[in-house]
Design a binder for this molecule. Structure first.
Ligand code: HEC
Length: 447
């Protein structure tokens, strides 16, 4: 008994010495294991630290080896399931070039797994790239705004469930104005910690008075911690009408001490009387053709359609569902030419009600669509026990405004084009695609 224990200790010590003497090797392929310094730190800088650093929304900081080391296995798990970074866009279907895409490649996910399996070695600290500079959360990224609209402060208790709801504020303008750039920010360091995300809309006073401002209005800007301000594409603007109010749809969470959530909108306007060449529209489109009908223990599919009457350039796609939301796809059904494929799926994304993500197409991949194109929403709601957010899969669920009711539409951001502009932009894009040596699989087909 005594002897065996001893030899086990000797063995363990020898093994320890071996591990110190040579670099860690991954068991599977005999290649040296990735190290934190050379391989993992660059990934964290690009895709994780915007949220995982002191004062940001994520529960822990991932800025140094010491901070990262204890999370190696959790990082392997969360990246393998593509839960982290939060980005639920389907990489196998449709348009693939998106703006500000933080997602990891399969090779990076594999690298994190091999690194964790090898015991999360540090490597040579000199290999860590220079720290990335992050903007102070409280800097206006759009420059000094012309107007700041403050929403009423909202008390968030020290502990409790996440809070969802709406706040309203006046927008003091005396004539219609076009917005050139807009940003939402939390006004204080402490409220920065409790605001998970917030969407703002311009709503009519009429809708507010009728108590219908809830899910409507013209979308202005999204705020999610770790996300950049939105500057509308060159030459485009969003119309703000005199008399409209600002509505903030918020998702707040408790952080262990009572906190006041304070959020404000900074707006830069085009000069008075100026009308930009293009209005950037953002609307809830393709509502289900009949009220949602989601039986117990079922994954239910439903469909919605919206026709665009003018040629358009589609800029952004954002699924909107509630807890049962599982997946949405945007299909473009073109006015038939009789000879060519006349529909295609340009985007699919899984849905998770904790994260309302906007997918902004890269300039070169923004779908260009002819007048009469139908936007087809194909969506699935998961009312089974496999969905951790399904409150009670034994019950039927239908449409409604409450969080426990369901919704299913998408926000689409687009600009309208004249027939001439459409033909010209289409020709330019075809030219570019011809010049590109390697054809880029999965990009939108051009008609
Ligand atoms: C947009 C902000 C954001 C980004 C980017 C992000 N995270 Fe997170 N992460 C969070 C939040 C918030 C949580 C807490 C759980 C939740 O809300 O989903 C979290 C949770 C986690 C957890 C689980 C912690 C636990 O308690 O088990 C891990 C591990 C993790 N993130 C790793 C990463 C890695 C690795 C990356 C980059 C590849 C990353 N995250 C990118 C916001 C982010």
């Amino acid at each position: 008994m005594v002897l065996r224990t001893r030899s086990a200790i000797v063995g363990a010590t020898l093994l320890g010495m071996l591990l110190v003497a040579v670099p860690a090797w991954s068991q599977s392929d005999g290649k040296p294991a990735p190290t934190y310094s050379a391989d993992i730190a660059p990934i964290l800088q690009r895709s994780c630290q915007s949220c995982h650093r002191a004062g940001e929304i994520a529960p822990m900081s991932l800025m140094t080896y010491k901070e990262v080391r204890p999370w190696a296995r959790a990082m392997k798990r969360q990246t393998a399931s593509r839960s982290m970074p939060p980005w639920h866009y389907d990489k196998t279907i449709g348009v693939q070039h998106l703006k500000d895409d933080p997602s990891l490649s399969d090779a990076e996910i594999d690298m994190i797994a091999r690194w964790a399996d090898a015991g999360a070695p540090e490597g040579n600290p000199a290999d860590v790239p220079k720290a990335r500079a992050f903007k102070n959360f409280n800097d206006w990224q759009i420059g000094e705004p012309d107007m700041v609209v403050k929403f009423p402060a909202y008390p968030v208790p020290a502990a409790g469930p996440d809070l969802y709801g709406d706040l309203l504020a006046e927008i003091p303008i005396d004539e219609d104005r076009y917005i050139q750039a807009i940003q939402t920010r939390s006004s204080t360091p402490e409220s920065h910690k409790v605001v998970h995300h917030a969407l703002s809309y311009a709503v009519s006073r009429d809708a507010v008075q009728k108590g219908m401002a809830g899910e409507g209005g013209a979308f202005l800007v999204e705020y999610a911690s770790g996300k950049n301000a939105e500057v509308y594409p060159e030459g485009t603007g969003v119309l703000l009408q005199k008399g409209q109010m600002a509505r903030l749809s918020y998702h707040l969470h408790s952080v262990g001490k009572e906190t006041r959530a304070e959020v404000e909108l900074g707006i830069k306007f085009y000069p008075k009387g100026f009308v930009p060449k293009h209005v950037r529209w953002s609307r809830q489109l393709a509502q289900p053709t009949s009220p949602l009908d989601i039986p117990a223990n079922t994954i239910a599919r439903s469909d919605g359609y919206t026709q665009l009457h003018k040629p358009a350039r589609i800029i952004a796609f954002q699924p909107h569902m509630h807890n049962l939301g599982k997946r949405q796809c945007l299909e473009l059904i073109y006015p038939s030419s009789g000879t060519r494929m006349n529909s295609e799926i340009v985007s699919c994304a899984n849905f998770n009600n904790n994260w309302h993500l906007t997918y902004n197409y890269a300039d070169d991949t923004q779908p260009l669509v002819p007048a009469g194109t139908v936007l087809h929403n194909i969506q699935w709601h998961d009312n089974t026990k496999d969905n951790p957010r399904a409150l009670d899969p034994k019950n039927w669920v239908g449409d409604g405004q409450r969080t426990i009711d369901e919704m299913g539409f998408f926000w689409v951001g687009w600009i309208e084009l004249t027939e001439e502009e459409y033909q010209q932009q289409l020709a330019e894009r075809r030219e570019r695609q011809k010049r590109a040596t390697s054809s880029d699989a999965g990009q939108q087909q051009q008609r």
